[in-house]
Design a protein around this ligand. Structure first.
Ligand code: ADP
Ligand code: TRP
Length: 320
C-alpha cells in the first residue's frame, strides 16, 4: 500500500506532534511504502518571514530524520524539489470548480484568523491534491482538519478521470481515532498556538523548567496524590508500559513523594526517551551535506515517479 504524508514546516516540534503524528508515521514505514515530504510551498501560504521558512524547512528535515524517518525505507523529500507538482497543480485547477474551493473550512478559518485571503491560500487544496495524485497514493493519514481536503482531492480526480479515463488513483484518507490528544502543561490540548508545549529538543535545564510548570492540584506533601486527572501522570504515562504505569499509580497513592519529585521523574523520562534522537540531531546539525544528500536522493526517487505520471497527464489533456 502506498501511503503519503505532507508535513508543514511550521516550527519547533513538541511531544503532542510526536505522539499524534510522528510516531504513528515512523511505525508505518516498517509495514508500508511510505512517501513523506516537507510541504514548503504550503507553508509559504502563511509565512511572514522568508528566513524563518527556510530555517524551519531545514529543521523539519533534520528533526524527522533524527526521530526515525529512515531514508532507505521511506521516500523523503522537500516539496519544492519536485517541480512536477506545480505543473499538475495548474492542470488540476481546470478540474476544480470555484464552488468547491469556496466551501473549504480550512480557508475560511484562516481568513477568519486574519490571514490575508490571497490566491495561494485559496487554491491550497489543489496543490494538496497534486501532491497526492502525482504519486498514485492509496492512503493519506490525516488529522480531522484535513479530511475535507482529501474529499476535494477525490472530487478533482473523479472529474479528471471521467473525462480522460483512469489516470489517477483515488486516495482514501485515514483518521487515527486511537491517537489520543496529548495534553499541554496546562491540561488543554498541547499546541504551539496555546504556548503550552513541551518541545522535544530542549536543553536539559529548560526541559526541567518546563516540566516544573505542568499544572497540578494542590494536594499537600505526605498525602496520597490523585493520578486520574493529573497532567504530570498523563504525560509520564506516554513513556511507560502498562506495568510501569501501575507502579507509578502506586507511588502516587503511597503519598511518600510530592509533585516536585514526579516532575523531576517526568523530565528524566522525556530526556531519556529522546536521547538517541538528540544525538542523531547533533550529528545532522554538524553535517548539513549529509541531510542535503538524503533529501536529493528522496527527490530523485519521487521525481522518477512524478515524471511518468505527468507524461500520462500531459498526453491526456493535449499539452505537447
Ligand atoms: P500545533 O497544534 O502545535 O500547531 P500542528 O497543527 O502543526 O500542531 O500539528 C502537526 C501534527 O501533530 C498534526 O498531525 C496534529 O494532529 C498532531 N498534533 C498536534 N498537537 C497534538 C496533540 N496535542 N495531540 C495529538 N496530536 C497532536
Ligand atoms: N495540508 C497539510 C497540513 O496542513 C499538509 C499537506 C500538504 C499534506 N500536502 C499534503 C498532507 C498531502 C497530506 C498529503 O497538515
Amino acid at each position: 500500500m502506498r501511503v503519503l504524508t505532507g508535513i508543514q514546516p511550521s516550527g519547533k516540534l513538541h511531544i503532542g506532534n510526536y505522539f499524534g503524528a510522528m510516531k504513528p508515521m515512523i511505525e508505518r514505514q516498517e509495514k508500508e511504502e511510505l512517501f513523506t515530504f516537507i510541504a514548503s510551498y504550503h507553508a509559504l501560504t502563511s509565512s511572514k518571514d522568508s528566513k524563518l521558512l527556510a530555517h524551519y524547512t531545514h529543521e523539519a528535515a533534520i528533526d524527522y530524520l533524527s526521530l526515525g524517518i529512515d531514508p532507505t525505507k521511506t521516500t523523503f523529500w522537500i516539496q519544492s524539489d519536485v517541480k512536477e507538482v506545480l505543473e499538475l497543480y495548474w492542470i488540476l485547477s481546470k478540474f476544480t470548480p470555484l464552488g468547491l474551493l469556496e466551501r473549504a473550512h480550512s480557508y475560511k478559518d484562516k481568513v477568519a484568523k486574519g490571514i490575508a485571503p490571497n490566491h495561494a491560500l485559496f487554491s491550497y487544496p489543489i496543490l494538496m491534491a497534486a501532491d497526492i495524485l502525482l504519486f498514485d497514493t492509496q492512503l493519506v493519514p490525516v488529522g480531522k482538519d484535513q479530511v475535507q481536503h482529501l474529499e476535494m482531492t477525490r472530487d478533482i480526480a473523479i472529474r479528471f478521470n471521467n473525462e480522460y479515463g483512469e489516470i489517477f488513483t483515488l486516495p482514501k484518507h485515514h483518521v487515527d481515532e486511537e491517537v489520543a490528544t496529548i495534553p499541554g502543561i496546562d491540561g488543554e490540548k498541547m499546541s504551539k498556538s496555546y504556548d503550552n508545549t513541551i518541545e522535544i529538543f530542549m536543553d536539559e535545564k529548560s526541559l526541567q523548567k518546563r516540566c516544573n510548570k505542568v499544572v497540578t492540584d494542590s494536594t499537600p506533601m505526605g498525602e496520597p496524590l490523585l493520578y486520574e486527572h493529573c497532567n504530570v501522570f498523563a504525560l509520564a504515562s506516554l513513556f511507560l508500559n502498562t506495568q510501569e504505569q501501575e507502579e507509578l499509580r502506586e507511588r502516587y497513592l503511597s503519598g511518600k513523594e510530592g509533585f516536585g519529585y514526579f516532575k523531576k521523574y517526568l523530565k528524566e523520562l522525556i530526556w531519556d526517551a529522546f536521547a538517541t534522537a538528540r544525538n542523531q540531531r547533533e550529528h545532522y546539525l554538524k553535517h548539513p551535506n549529509e541531510v542535503r544528500d538524503i533529501l536529493s536522493m528522496g527527490a530523485a526517487k519521487a521525481r522518477t515517479i512524478a515524471k511518468i505520471k505527468m507524461e500520462q497527464v500531459r498526453q491526456a489533456v493535449g499539452i505537447i
